[in-house]
Design a protein around this ligand. Structure first.
Ligand SMILES: [Zn+2]
Length: 113
């Protein structure tokens, strides 16, 4: 379950941020997660809860915005919504589709005291 290692890296970042901004607790964390990351939001939240139990991050809520996988065809310039990273362009059939969104794994905002 790679969600657990993702949860751990989010926690590492949050711990740094808590030091920088002198937060004693974190209420909510807003994340943007691209479809290409194939993260299961429920598994991520569960892993986060398990790893933060008993720590200052316990009880922090993850608000996950899922970013759809989008690409642009390099041949016909059409912007496309893709089901995976290997689709050919459905308009002209060219395989030269560049991913323009869907790889994100970003912390957008942190709310805490
Ligand atoms: Zn095309």
């Amino acid at each position: 379950m790679h969600e657990l290692s993702i949860a751990q890296s989010i926690i590492d970042i949050l711990q740094d941020q808590m030091k920088i901004y002198r937060l004693s607790k974190v209420v909510s964390v807003w994340l943007r997660v691209g479809a290409l990351r194939s993260v299961e939001v429920e598994a991520l939240s569960l892993g986060f809860d398990i790893l933060t139990a008993g720590s200052p991050l316990e009880g922090a809520r993850l608000e996950v915005e899922e970013v759809p996988l989008k690409g642009q065809c390099m041949a016909c310039r059409q912007q496309l919504t893709l089901s995976n990273g290997f689709d050919d362009c459905p308009v002209c059939g060219e395989p030269q589709v560049k991913i323009i969104s869907g790889k994100e794994l970003d912390i957008v905002a942190i709310e805490g005291d």
